[in-house]
Design a protein around this ligand. Structure first.
Ligand SMILES: N[C@@H](CCC(=O)N[C@@H](CS)C(=O)NCC(=O)O)C(=O)O
Length: 301
């Protein structure tokens, strides 16, 4: 099997969600470090524009968004299951809450705590993705966001005082999604004390952190691009029947929450969960870019 390549950077909470799943499954992976801000000239040839982190690459197949990435990893290595069939619906609902609501409760207080240590241009870069990211907006939002985050931590602690993991005895994608915003609090100075004050949450955090760093080997950006260039998209079967899209249709894909970069390509597979477009890039040739349908807009060209 072609290698699992994760494009990420150390401080990325969403990348940490995927790193926890890789560690839980003990999947070996190659680590490509991308910049924390746009431009990302070694990433966008693969995605066609999408600049969010992380991105998964397997040969010339490129997967955007952690919800899809986790499910691709699950298919590659089903055991231990992170999306168990009997809990898949509940896990996805909690994942959506954590990736959007819990994450957005932690961002303003952490960024305000870090504000004097951020690289120049960081806030302007993020404000370009979402108007809620100016310094003034973050300062104004932080107290309410933190108050709401503490309510969420109480709820997590309450559940975890009854079950070792959020949905029972085993780690699932619901844990990975709740873990990454909690992990991000570590970067906000004293904020992480709120985790340590909640015993069940604190124990859960240590257990998931204890999966370790996983087995990753660095890969250069140039090597990752060369791997895509030398490969052909493989994960493209399945057709479009009943999806509302026809094979070959040109569409533009953009996130429906933040980030305005588009991927334009011709539909090659579509089903209720996923859309795959084929695109050609001068640097990497033909690549298949995979998106989940949840959380994205699809516009016919
Ligand atoms: N829904 C996306 C969200 C990804 C996301 O927001 N990632 C952050 C980093 S943790 C990001 O891309 N920020 C802008 C950047 O890194 O350029 C996912 O699940 O992958």
């Amino acid at each position: 099997m072609a290698e699992i390549i994760l494009h990420h950077y150390p401080l990325s909470p969403f990348a940490e969600k995927v790193r926890r799943v890789l560690a839980c499954k003990q999947l070996p992976w190659r680590s490509v470090e991308q910049p924390i801000m746009a431009p990302k000239p070694d990433l966008t040839p693969l995605t066609g524009g999408y600049r969010r982190i992380p991105v998964l690459q397997i040969g010339a197949d490129v997967y955007c968004d952690t919800a899809l990435i986790v499910r691709v990893l699950e298919k590659l290595q089903p055991a231990p299951a992170c999306v168990p069939a009997g809990l898949a619906g509940a896990a996805a609902l909690i994942e959506d809450w954590a990736d959007h609501r819990l994450f957005m409760q932690t961002v303003p207080p952490v960024v305000v705590a870090l504000v004097d240590h951020l690289p120049p241009g960081f806030l302007a870069d993020r404000a370009d993705m979402t108007p809620a990211f100016t310094r003034e907006a973050l300062m104004a939002a932080a107290p309410q966001a933190l108050a709401q985050a503490l309510i969420s931590l109480d709820r997590l602690d309450a559940q975890l005082s009854h079950t070792p993991f959020i949905l029972g005895d085993a780690f699932t994608v619901a844990d990975a999604a709740c873990f990454h915003p909690v992990w991000f609090l570590q970067h906000g100075g004293d904020l992480f004390a709120a985790v340590r004050e909640r015993p069940a949450l604190s124990r859960w955090f240590d257990q998931i952190a204890g999966f370790g760093a996983g087995s990753s080997v660095p890969l250069s950006n140039a090597e990752a691009l060369a791997i895509a260039r030398d490969a052909r998209p493989l994960d493209v079967t399945g057709g479009c029947a009943g999806s509302g899209y026809d094979a070959g249709e040109q569409i533009a894909i953009v996130a429906d929450d933040y980030g305005r970069e588009q991927t334009v390509g011709s539909v090659i597979r579509a089903n209720p969960e996923e859309i795959v477009v084929l695109r050609h890039d001068p640097l990497v040739g033909e690549v298949a870019v995979h998106y989940p349908r949840a959380g994205y807009r699809f516009e016919r060209r």
